[in-house]
Design a protein around this ligand. Structure first.
Ligand SMILES: *[C@@H]1O[C@H](CO)[C@@H](O)[C@H](O)[C@H]1NC(C)=O
Length: 286
């Protein structure tokens, strides 16, 4: 026992990541998050381990992490609105909250009419520049069950995962803007956006189906909190910086190709009307 404690202290000293991961995650909602928009539309359940977001004609709602983080991995399990969810958007994102030089990593789940596929839109802002939308249709019904959505952000790349499938990779090649020095908070919102969300705004919300519900559980943030221990973010011993997280492994790469071939419905990289010349990060090898 004594030596275990000493070695834990020793490990904590050398690796904050280990120290954080022994704290028994996933955490309860209130440990890491606070409600930011419409308290009355967010309900805790399961002893604070799960929450329910409500959208009705009065309001949507949102929550945010209490702290900001520099590098790490954020994941949560989400069960999206069942049935007719056209015109609704559930978002899960990281944001530096800095107006002009914003860094932001977005997951947006765009609802659809009953039986039509949900779309996941991702976007990346680095040093204030966004407009990097990609869209994939999900290969399962995300309202039928909980699925894990996560964002890995280290010095080498940013990867968006749906369960264990990478749906987007953005590399830090040194030749494109990459978020490296601004910590980001973790946010989620549920709101109506029927002016653009579903089939470009053609499909409106059917309020007779309201209220709409989204469910969350298994909140897991592992990263360097800011303010927090100095030099945490540059510590190569953080687990998310390890060799196995610096690039997709062969299995992940195969899954990623499969998504791009079979489920990608929009990629700004190939949108010639917006970008006659493809942005640098779109060029293979960069
Ligand atoms: C909704 O379903 C239509 C028809 O299948 C599809 O074209 C569209 O991409 C889906 N998603 C959204 C968000 O419009």
């Amino acid at each position: 026992m004594g030596s275990l404690r000493i070695s834990l202290v020793f490990l904590c000293f050398y690796s904050l990541a280990f120290c954080l991961s022994v704290s028994g995650r996933p955490a309860t909602f209130l440990q890491d998050f606070k409600v930011t928009w419409s308290e009355s539309h967010i309900r805790l359940s399961d002893a604070g381990m799960a929450i329910q977001l409500v959208l009705d004609q009065d309001s949507g709602c949102g929550f945010a992490s209490k702290r900001q983080y520099l590098f790490g991995r954020v994941s949560m399990k989400i069960k999206l609105i069942t049935g007719d969810s056209a015109g609704t958007v559930t978002a899960f994102y990281l944001n530096s909250d800095t107006d002009t030089v914003r860094d932001e990593l977005d997951f947006e789940f765009l609802g659809n009419r009953t039986g039509q596929p949900y779309t996941v839109q991702t976007n990346i802002y680095a040093h204030g520049k966004g407009d990097r939308e990609q869209r994939v249709n999900l290969w399962f019904n995300p309202a039928a069950d909980f699925h894990t959505y996560s964002i890995l952000w280290n010095h080498h790349h940013i990867v968006f995962y749906v369960d264990d499938v990478p749906i987007r990779v953005y590399k830090n090649s040194g030749r494109v803007p990459f978020p490296t020095n601004q910590p980001m908070g973790v946010y989620s919102t549920l709101w109506e956006a029927d002016d653009w969300a579903t089939r470009g705004g053609l499909e409106k919300i059917d309020w007779s189906k309201a209220p709409f519900y989204t469910f969350y559980r298994d909140f897991d943030i592992e990263g360097c909190p800011v303010p927090g221990p100095t030099n945490c973010a540059s510590n190569p011993r953080n687990w998310w910086e390890a060799t196995s997280y610096q690039a997709l492994n062969a299995i992940e790469a195969r899954k990623y190709r499969w998504v791009r071939m079979n489920h990608m419905i929009y990629d700004y990289c190939t949108d010639k009307s917006r970008y006659p010349v493809a942005p640098a990060e779109c060029i293979v090898g960069i």
